[in-house]
Design a protein around this ligand. Structure first.
Ligand code: DC
Length: 650
């Protein structure tokens, strides 16, 4: 089993740009597929659940293409899937399975829909019953009431009334609403019983309206799709940040000092889970909000207090409250969360079991959970995640109690947030990235900044130099990328108290030779070598923070660095500095040769295809030509004071 160890932490602060919302991403994809015209979807979430939807749409003949980054173009099929026979595997993606079931049941084809074993334990009977009222022909291939399903062509009764139960999942109502406009005949959907998770239905109605279908409604009881309604592409749409994902970071700010700011959701969001911020405020956290951001910090008095809350309106984000409860005075009671039982796992049972491992006192009922206690260190304990992304993400917060935490199967976060743990780590250990050309003095500056801030220090250039040295010593050609990458992968290097060891012998001086300097620049041009060193570099990021220097610290290795500096000086100034340095070591090289050499190296580092030396757009330029070392160090520390989270600055 794979696992991830989180070091104990007590402080979290910084800014996180959120990934796109899963709920909005998958709804936009289906709407764009069903619409007339072409839709550009910007900032789509790239995660397992969205992949399943993209694959399914492709299998159904929908033409979509990925553009730059997370931007997609979908050519709509105007309500008619061209492919009339398909087998669709939808993993554990409820946001793909339910709406596609509805859309395909009305589309007159032969389809089979299946998922992972857990998907086959998640009920779908309420949706199938509703679709059958319209004449749909759907059969259960396994257990009655559960996927996998077979759908066959059927005569759909136009303009009908259909009743759907609202108590188990709002996704059934959402699925019907999304699919019904494809018949063109209109329909009325009535909800039987209490509708849960209403904010998700709000998202559905809001997005349908953007695609030209306005649903008339009678409160939460009945929804009427007018006859003749059809989806039309609105052109370009933007996916909001994921409000449920925001909850982990905001909770981190509320638990461990803060401030933590999330960008991508805020006051103008259409997602119900932004109301998680109100729950945090009720626990005493200091919360502020703008149109597109939310920020949370710990209560003025320090500790959070327990709440008693009906969580029907924030079912997903409520999981985060259950873990925040470990940091609150008193017993937190979260009610009306029966839907937790039919999600990716039985979240009520799973949450109770894992919180108990952390020393909490937990009471678990049919539709509530009550939690009190502080996270405690229980030797040998590890957190199970039940193939449930939200279990992994919210339980990671427990490390903020200053306890070490082992999270089993952390890759389950791929469902909605593939780089969650990197982002989370970023709040616990900010990075100052200092990039620049050779001999710009960035090494001296970076080391001093790290020392003054009490941060860890990474000299990434030394790693490339070590690869070159190891290759030269082993007689490996510096043109042989594959062999060099193998050397990089298993590089027996250690940094100890200012000395650099290669395979047990001191290489501190040897890697600074001109031969190694030229060699490292050649070695660094191989993508495989760079890839092999990536994980090693990222492992330096540890609390309380890291100063990393090199060529691509801000642009590749630590893209989410809290501060990025591009430190440079004219080639003449750099050659002169290197000259003085060599003279002081008793070596003599002419300035002209050094200058020539620097220029060649600059050209090679800047022109290479992967991670070329460049100032990234969000880096600050620091030209040290006319500056002393002390001035440059002060400049960076001053920027750090302004830009870094408060507690991380000196
Ligand atoms: O910073 P330095 O001179 O010690 O770096 C040695 C070589 O390694 C340099 O030619 C460029 C390369 N390098 C790189 O490609 N990426 C980094 N992050 C650091 C160094």
């Amino acid at each position: 089993m794979e696992y991830l160890d989180l070091a104990p932490a007590t402080h979290a602060s910084g800014t996180v740009r959120l990934p796109g919302s899963k709920s909005i991403s998958n709804r936009f994809l289906l709407l764009a597929a069903l619409a007339e015209g072409e839709t550009a979807i910007r900032d789509l979430l790239l995660s397992d659940d969205v992949e399943r939807m993209l694959e399914a749409l492709k299998a159904l003949g929908i033409d979509w293409q990925r553009g730059e980054d997370n931007d997609f173009i979908v050519r709509g099929a105007a309500g008619v899937f061209q492919v009339k026979q398909a087998e669709l595997f939808l993993g554990n993606a409820g946001t793909a399975f339910r709406p596609l079931t509805a859309a395909l049941a009305l589309s007159g084809g032969d389809y089979r829909l299946s998922g992972v074993p857990r998907m086959h334990e998640r009920p779908i009977g309420d949706l199938v019953d509703a679709l059958r009222q319209l004449g749909a022909d759907i059969r259960y291939l396994g257990n009655e009431g559960f996927p996998p399903l077979e759908i066959r062509p059927a005569a759909i009764r136009p303009g009908g009334r259909v009743t759907v139960r609202g108590e188990a999942s709002s996704q059934f109502l959402t699925a019907l609403l999304l699919a019904l406009p494809t018949t063109g005949a209109g329909a009325t959907v009535e909800v039987a019983g209490e509708l849960i998770s209403k904010p998700y239905v709000e998202i559905t109605l809001n997005l349908m309206a953007r695609f030209g279908v306005d649903v008339e409604r009678d409160g939460w009881r009945a929804f009427r799709i007018p006859a003749g309604a059809r989806y039309r592409s609105p052109g370009t749409v933007f996916v909001e940040g994921d409000a449920s994902a925001a909850s982990y970071f905001l909770a981190a700010g509320a638990i461990a000092g803060g401030p933590v700011r999330v960008e991508g959701v805020g006051r103008d969001s259409i997602q119900g889970d932004v109301r998680f911020a109100e729950a945090l405020a009720a626990m005493g956290a200091q919360v502020s909000m703008g149109p597109n951001w939310i920020e949370a910090r710990a209560p003025a008095g320090g500790r959070l207090k327990a709440i008693d809350l009906d969580c029907n309106h924030i079912p997903d984000a409520a999981m985060t409250l259950a873990v925040a409860a470990l940091f609150a005075e008193g017993t937190t009671r979260l009610r009306n969360i029966a839907s937790w039982r039919v999600k990716e796992t039985d979240r009520l049972a799973a949450m109770a079991a894992e919180l108990r491992k952390l020393g909490a006192t937990v009471e678990e009922g049919g539709d509530f959970i009550a939690v009190s206690g502080r996270p405690t260190f229980i030797p040998g304990a590890s957190i199970d995640t039940y193939d449930d992304h939200r279990m992994a993400m919210c339980l990671s917060l427990a490390c903020l109690g200053g306890v070490p935490l082992r999270i089993n199967d952390p890759q389950c976060v791929n469902k909605t947030f593939p780089d969650y743990f990197e982002r989370f780590a970023g709040l616990l250990a900010p990075v100052i990235a200092i990039d620049g050309p050779s001999a710009s003095g960035k090494g001296t500056v970076a080391a001093l900044v790290a020392e003054r801030l009490g941060f860890h220090y990474l000299d990434s250039g030394a790693l490339y130099r070590l690869v070159a040295l190891a290759a030269i010593r082993a007689g490996v050609s510096l043109e042989d990328g594959e062999s060099l990458a193998r050397i990089a992968e298993t590089l027996p290097a250690r940094f100890e108290g200012g000395r650099i060891l290669l395979g047990g012998t001191d290489a501190t001086e040897a890697i600074r030779s001109e031969e190694c300097s030229a060699g490292s620049s050649k070695v660094a041009a191989f993508p495989a070598v760079r890839g092999a060193l990536l994980g090693r570099q990222r492992a330096y990021r540890q609390a309380p923070g890291l100063v990393a220097e090199g060529r691509d610290m801000g642009s590749v290795v630590f893209r989410d660095a809290a501060l990025k500096v591009f430190l440079t000086a004219t080639p003449e100034a750099r050659a002169e500095r290197r000259h003085k340095q060599l003279i002081s070591k008793g070596m003599s090289v002419s300035i002209g040769t050094l200058l020539q050499d620097l220029r060649e190296r600059d050209a090679r580092d800047s022109a290479r295809a992967v991670a070329p030396l460049q100032k990234c757009a969000d880096a600050e330029l620091l030209d040290t030509t006319a500056m002393t070392v002390e001035e440059a160090v002060s400049w960076v520390i001053e920027r750090a004071r302004q830009g870094l989270p408060q507690a991380a600055a000196p």
